[in-house]
Design a protein. Structure first.
Length: 235
């Protein structure tokens, strides 16, 4: 009898652990300028400087987080406390956050970790107002409406440099495809700015195999060669 009870207890513990793992979420954090940082999460210090902090199977709920930044990209200098606060993690999600230039931790993307069939999808979108705290933020959704809004904003800018900066800010937080890069390039006046945008966007596209289609957006062969060389250098 004792043996049966012990076996049932072990099985219950294993099921409990399995369910806890299934609820776990993945968290990714980076600086707005890709500077190296050191992260402390729930009083656990991850001492190795990194430009992108990743942790898997994080329990859902509120987590205390401290972030120190280093002076430059070469991991030199005395760490400086850049953020101290909390981040709210929903269950079964992939969460991407960015520490802005204003030292705010902004959640820019939340995606379901497990995609279930349509008839049993239980994932609920993240509600940024569930917690009434100043650290709650609105995640940036990635859909066609957002991209159309982006183009509208860019069209209202007078200078190419401003248009490029707005497009770059969008791409840091949203997925993008080659066709959308092409549409953004068409909103620019000068070829040099089109080339700069195409180079910057390459690291964010979902379909790099189609990037050759951007060559038609250029007037000069030198721009085509420069973009081609850049793509090969990144491969």
């Amino acid at each position: 009898m004792k043996k049966i009870i012990y076996t049932l207890l072990i099985n219950a513990m294993m099921i409990s652990c399995a369910n806890a793992t299934h609820l776990g979420s993945d968290l990714k954090i980076r600086m707005h300028d890709y500077r190296a940082m050191i992260v402390e999460l729930d009083h656990i210090n991850y001492n190795s400087p990194t430009t992108e902090f990743n942790i898997d199977e994080l329990a859902p709920g509120r987590h205390q987080i401290n972030i120190w930044t280093l002076r430059n990209h070469h991991h030199y200098g005395q760490p400086r406390l850049a953020y101290r606060g909390y981040i709210d993690i929903p269950a079964q999600s992939r969460v991407t956050a960015r520490l802005t230039e204003y030292q705010q931790l902004k959640v820019v993307r939340i995606e379901p970790k497990y995609v279930l069939p349509d008839n049993c999808q239980t994932y609920e979108p993240y509600d940024p107002y569930h917690y009434n705290t100043p650290t709650a933020v609105v995640p940036v959704s990635n859909h066609c409406g957002n991209f159309e809004e982006l183009k509208a904003v860019i069209r209202h800018q007078n200078f190419d440099n401003t248009r490029v900066k707005i497009a770059q800010e969008y791409m840091r937080d949203n997925r993008i495809c080659t066709k959308e890069v092409s549409e953004l390039m068409c909103l620019l006046t000068f070829e040099s700015n089109k080339l700069d945008l195409a180079k910057f966007a390459y690291q964010f596209v979902d379909d790099p195999q189609n990037y050759f289609r951007l060559y038609d957006e250029f007037t000069f062969d030198s721009s085509v060669r420069e973009l081609s060389d850049y793509i090969h250098s990144r491969s």
